[in-house]
Design a protein around this ligand. Structure first.
Ligand code: FAD
Length: 464
């Protein structure tokens, strides 16, 4: 008789948990997984996928305006939120079914309930008699929205509730200007909602390249999105049918809805991790080594709960490396180098590698190449639009350290550029690559003029 019920028990069936459970099972392990909400996790149910579908939906207003320049008559078109959100939910249901079948086909036992730890090898399943035991436990419980601790915080909605709105508000105040805040600001604005973003810092998208931050902020302002920097919420209260956000600066903003987009915290509370002696980091994340092992030998963790990089492909990579290490005799440390990332704002951002600021901290010499231009399509559509491409080069080795794009299809362009950067491509190799003409991406291989900061004015200038 086996010592444990399972070789591996996974808590959380999101991006990381599903991948680890499936691979381990296919590699011969006996695997169980518990999920307290819906199989698929944040990405599929209330994150990347439904968000991007809403972003697609929100872009049609601009596309329709563009079409007029190309000779189309577009009168009489109107938008219906219930149709969009219904169709998005239908796709989410389909994906939820597909993920469930994946686990089923791989022979993984599924428990649709909340799990907690009883000892380092025992899992309690809420609402069921008894417990199950496992040689190894993988914590893949993800993260949840952080809501600022201000009076009236219960009045905030978060990204979770955006997917449950039965009707669109006329106006929304979004607190926070990280990527989720900027994406929902673009979605709501595209659908005709009056949007005000409140951010306590002095520019949107902390940690992104400054040219992208400045470029997106000015493009969004151009589209009528209110961006108020150095504005921190002090309290929220009801006012009429809507809400009032009182700012620490003394001013206030009113809107039909108020959304907190102020970051996400690892979900590590109230299921026994602390009692097991699992070390947690400064914001409650599970501290793990390069093989995703926690401070307790039998407990591993992958994905958002470890707060390494809160992205779906990263959770999947960590889960794959974990399964290879434990169940395929192939110790695989996780590798985060050149992980591309996106902001599905309007216009969108794709970015990979070092920002200019970071490169200047790391390298003795940095060369910058950048180009901002009106895309070909905008010359006829008449859209007021500027695309930005930027390469950050190590001046000593000529290696391309960073590639940053703002504008249509930025994410598609940067996914491909990420391959070149990962392979260690140099600027000379970018230059030796034939352009694909006419395209926006050809700028990345045709920029010859090194950018020099204006002598008198230090700092970034997207329009240089
Ligand atoms: P999750 O996918 O969150 O899965 C964790 C699962 O664990 C959940 O289903 C939860 O219900 C379950 N769970 C938690 N506790 C328990 C328990 N005690 N018992 C049982 N089950 C439990 N990433 C990108 O790469 N690109 C994007 O465009 C992108 N957009 C995003 C947009 C939004 C609005 C949000 C919120 C996130 C977005 N992300 C995006 C991030 C991405 O969704 C996460 O990085 C990814 O889902 C993390 O996967 P995970 O497996 O760690 O956790």
């Amino acid at each position: 008789m086996a010592e444990y019920d399972y070789d591996l028990f996974v808590i959380g069936a999101g991006s990381g948990g599903v991948r680890a459970a499936r691979l381990a099972s296919e590699l011969g392990a006996k695997v169980g997984v518990a999920e307290e909400y819906r199989i698929g996790g944040t990405c599929v149910i209330r994150g990347c996928v439904p968000k991007k579908l809403l972003a697609y939906g929100s872009r049609y207003a601009g596309e329709i305006d563009d079409a007029r320049g190309f000779g189309w008559t577009c009168e009489g078109l109107r938008f219906d939120w219930p149709t969009l959100i219904h169709n998005v939910r239908r796709e989410v249901d389909r994906l939820n079914g597909a993920y469930t079948r994946t686990l089923e086909k791989a022979g993984v036992d599924r428990f649709l309930t909340r799990a907690s730890l009883d000892d380092p090898h025992t899992i309690k399943l809420a609402g069921r008699d008894g417990k199950v035991s496992a040689k190894t436990i993988l914590v893949a419980t993800g993260s949840h929205p952080f809501i600022p601790d201000v009076p009236g915080r219960e009045l905030f909605i978060t990204s979770n509730e955006c997917f449950e709105l039965e009707e669109l508000p006329k106006s929304i105040a979004i607190v926070g200007a990280g990527y989720i805040g900027m994406e929902f600001a673009s979605i709501f604005a595209g659908l005709g909602v009056t949007v005000t973003v409140l951010h306590r810092g002095d520019q949107i998208l902390r940690d992104f390249d400054d040219d992208l931050r400045d470029g997106l902020a000015s493009a969004m302002r151009n589209r009528g999105v209110g961006l108020r920097m150095n504005a921190e919420a002090a309290s929220i209260e009801k006012e009429g049918n809507g809400f009032r956000v009182n700012l620490k600066q003394g001013d206030c903003v009113t809107a039909d809805l108020v959304m907190a987009a102020t970051g996400r915290l690892p979900s590590t509370m109230n299921f026994g991790l602390q009692q097991m002696g699992v070390e947690l980091g400064w914001n409650g994340h599970v501290v793990v080594d390069e093989y995703s092992k926690s401070s307790v030998d039998s407990i591993y963790a992958v994905g958002d709960v470890t707060d390494r990089m809160q992205l779906t492909p990263v959770a999947i990579h960590e889960a794959t490396a974990f399964a290879e290490t434990l169940f395929n005799d192939t110790p695989t440390p996780v590798d985060y180098s050149f992980t591309p990332t996106a902001v599905f704002s309007e216009p969108e951002i794709g970015t990979v590698g070092c920002t200019e600021q970071k490169a200047r901290e790391m390298c003795r010499s940095v060369d910058i190449y950048k180009s901002s231009f009106k895309p070909l399509r905008a010359t006829v559509s008449g859209r007021d639009e500027t695309m930005l491409m930027k390469l950050v080069i190590d001046g000593e080795t000529d290696k391309v350290l960073g590639c940053h794009v703002l504008g249509a299809d930025a994410v598609e362009i940067v996914q491909m550029a990420a391959i070149a950067l990962r392979l260690g491509a140099t600027k000379a190799q970018f230059d030796a690559t034939r352009a694909l003409h006419p395209s926006a991406a050809e700028e990345l291989v045709t920029m010859r003029q090194r950018w020099e900061p204006p002598a008198a004015v230090a700092g970034s200038d997207a329009a240089a």
